[in-house]
Design a protein around this ligand. Structure first.
Ligand code: NAP
Length: 284
């Protein structure tokens, strides 16, 4: 297939380029080459590359930043998605798009299913939900993948932040009242490839397997990176006083993904270990 990855320089986008590129003809565009908030730019790149599948990993992903930059956040995460979906519809291409656990309010207490009601509690979640609705209304041939707690080789992420902080001061305070499923962007790229090759459509939840709090995640990062002499203190979210509220329970059920692909995602601990082995330069 001919594929076009939007946001190819980002964390997920860069892994998509590598994974999809193994068996497909893949091109990438990112800010500088096009702007997703411009309908004209979206039409132009689709006409230029003539893809069978467009994979949209471009997004405004600064969750706290969204609270104060509402215009930019909604322009990219909601209107931008409508622009890409319209360009896909006009060209006959399939669109693959990503959304987040933050479309849910985090009160369910058991893994969220694809058709559970969405009730975002912050601006980022609200903008991503608007993007989902724009996608569903505009392009019939869509695959919408909701994921959570991503980390990867490209860009900033929680794993790199914990290792950097541990090096700096040896004492960390990490939130223990939000739980979710840490997910390696490389694994998500592989799962995307499976879903696309099976021509799956509609909404799918995809994360690495298992559940932990950010505090437990931090403990495992230090353990697997063999960082010793660092203390980690569990704290409550309110102590951090961040701009955006976060859902307390962010676990997404992977059941539909497993039924469609007959594959299970790796446990988050295995994926983390693998990631750290490949990133040994950042913690030595
Ligand atoms: N990160 C997470 O924990 C997480 C969790 C759940 C879901 N997701 C979703 O997963 C997807 C991929 O996330 P990610 O973390 O890989 O994102 P990312 O690393 O922030 O990459 C997004 C890419 O899109 C580009 N971009 C931003 N605004 C653009 C615009 N107006 N036009 C064109 N490109 C633009 C960014 O460029 P700049 O870097 O220059 O802005 C960046 O290269 C997103 O849909 C995100 O909402 C992420």
């Amino acid at each position: 297939m001919r594929m076009l990855v939007m946001g190819h320089k980002g964390m997920l986008g860069s892994d998509l380029m590598e994974v999809l590129g193994r068996d497909h003809e893949v091109n990438g565009v990112d800010i500088g080459e096009f702007d997703i908030t411009s309908a004209g730019d979206c039409i132009r790149v689709v006409e230029e590359f003539k893809p069978d599948v467009i994979v949209n990993a471009a997004a405004y992903t600064d969750v706290d930043g969204c609270e104060t930059n509402l215009d930019a956040c909604f322009a990219v995460n909601a209107e931008g998605v409508r622009n890409v979906a319209s360009a896909c519809k006009a060209s006959g291409a399939k669109i693959v798009h990503y959304s987040t656990d933050y479309v849910f309010d985090g009160t369910k207490g058991e893994p969220y299913l694809e058709d559970d009601p969405c009730r975002p509690i912050n601006a980022y979640g609200e903008s991503k939900r608007k993007g989902e609705q724009a996608l569903i209304e505009t392009a019939e041939n869509h695959l919408l993948i909701r994921t959570a707690w991503l980390y990867g080789r490209q860009g900033k992420n929680f794993v790199k932040a914990i290792l950097a902080k541990a090096k700096e001061d040896g004492k960390l305070r990490v939130v223990d009242d939000q739980v979710g499923s840490p997910t390696f962007s490389f694994d998500l790229a592989q799962a995307t490839k499976l879903l696309v090759e099976r021509d799956c459509r509609g909404i799918y939840h995809v994360t690495n397997r298992g559940v932990c709090s950010w505090y437990q995640f931090a403990q495992r990062i230090l353990e697997y990176a063999q960082v010793s002499g660092v203390t980690v203190e569990p704290i409550q979210s309110q102590e951090l006083n961040r701009k955006a509220k976060r859902p307390a329970y962010s676990v997404l059920s992977n059941r539909k993904f497993m039924e469609a692909t007959h594959k299970a995602m790796r446990p988050w601990q295995v994926a983390l270990n693998d990631y750290l082995a490949g990133q040994s330069h950042i913690h030595r």
